[in-house]
Write a protein that binds this ligand. Structure first.
Ligand SMILES: Nc1ncnc2c1ncn2[C@@H]1O[C@H](COP(=O)(O)OP(=O)(O)OP(=O)(O)O)[C@@H](O)[C@H]1O
Ligand SMILES: [Mg+2]
Length: 282
């Protein structure tokens, strides 16, 4: 056989193998899509995912403003979204931990609004995960009531697909905490947690996952979790977060993962990279 003929034969065989692998991958994906929310032509079809339609007025009362295109703060969340996408997309970073320094800094509110703003961008879907087992609040912010969540996954082996909730916002899914967990550090540091993050991350390559976690100085949980994350966004609050806590937290966090810090509740003056300044509310 001539060299050209041999090369052609090899090419044909490579093409056949590639096509077989592709069919297999598509079949596997179809199987998964039977059980979990799927996105087709930009629209998610929720199969097993529970949909709880929440009144947008109630969401806005809880400072979930990014649902409203006319709210001036929505643009600020879009700016934050764009900067995060620019810093993460090229490197394939898709798991983003939102944490802070202490308590009541606006971490959960910012994680929620950021996740919604990201879902509005056409190229990806977003999953918001409540990983605050000390003081879970995402279910309250979205008025979901007492829903099951990750606590049930960890303690009672409830499958993940039974825990996802769509609050009536397109391309946006919530995985609630499901309640407080005593001994959270051990659970968060367990192989089951590592598998969970991997599973959530790998299932859809076009999905960003925002994890809401407690402040770094409050408990070991957020630092334990940071090991599995691609990137970290911190939230500080003007008049609440003190400088000494900022200094001590900056010593312990994995700096290579840090995207920046959102300064919440702050009068916008100018902008210094890589810190995001953010003025929220009155
Ligand atoms: N910019 C702001 N202006 C007014 N109120 C705010 C602002 N940011 C947060 N809050 C209020 O502060 C409280 C705490 O907000 P949030 O739950 O988002 O903070 P957190 O950092 O997640 O708290 P925790 O440490 O308990 O997890 C809420 O009552 C929220 O409405
Ligand atoms: Mg919180």
């Amino acid at each position: 056989m001539s060299k050209i003929k041999k090369a052609l034969e090899r090419l044909k065989s490579d093409e056949r193998l590639k096509s077989e692998a592709q069919t297999k991958a598509e079949e596997t994906k179809e199987e998964e899509e039977k059980a979990i929310p799927v996105e087709k032509s930009g629209e998610i079809i929720y199969t097993k995912t529970k949909t709880i339609h929440v009144d947008s007025k109630k969401l806005k009362e809880n400072k979930i403003v990014a649902i409203d295109e006319e709210d001036p703060l929505t643009d600020q969340f879009k700016v934050l979204r764009t900067r995060i996408l620019n810093r993460t997309r090229a490197e394939g970073k898709r798991t983003i931990q939102v944490s802070g320094f202490g308590i009541e800094e606006g971490k959960s509110i910012i994680a929620s609004n950021l996740a919604i703003a990201m879902a509005k961008e056409t190229r990806q879907t977003t999953l918001l995960v409540d990983l605050d087992f000390r003081s879970p609040s995402i279910h309250k912010l979205f008025c979901l009531g007492d829903v099951k969540g990750l606590k049930d996954y960890f303690e009672n082996n409830i499958p993940l697909e039974e825990l996802f909730i769509n609050p009536g916002i397109p391309k946006f899914t919530i995985l609630p905490a499901g309640g407080r967990i005593i001994g959270a550090p051990e659970i968060l540091g367990s192989p089951k947690m590592e598998v969970l993050v991997k599973e959530l991350r790998e299932r859809y390559p076009d999905r960003y996952i925002i994890f809401d976690t407690p402040g770094m100085s409050i408990c070991p949980d957020p630092l334990i979790v940071s090991e599995y994350m691609d990137a970290i966004l911190l939230v500080a609050r003007s008049g609440v977060t003190d400088q000494d806590t900022i200094k001590s937290v900056m010593k312990i966090i994995p700096k290579e993962k840090l995207l920046g810090t959102v300064l919440n509740d702050f009068l916008w003056i100018d902008e210094i990279m890589p810190y995001y300044k953010y003025h929220y509310g009155e």
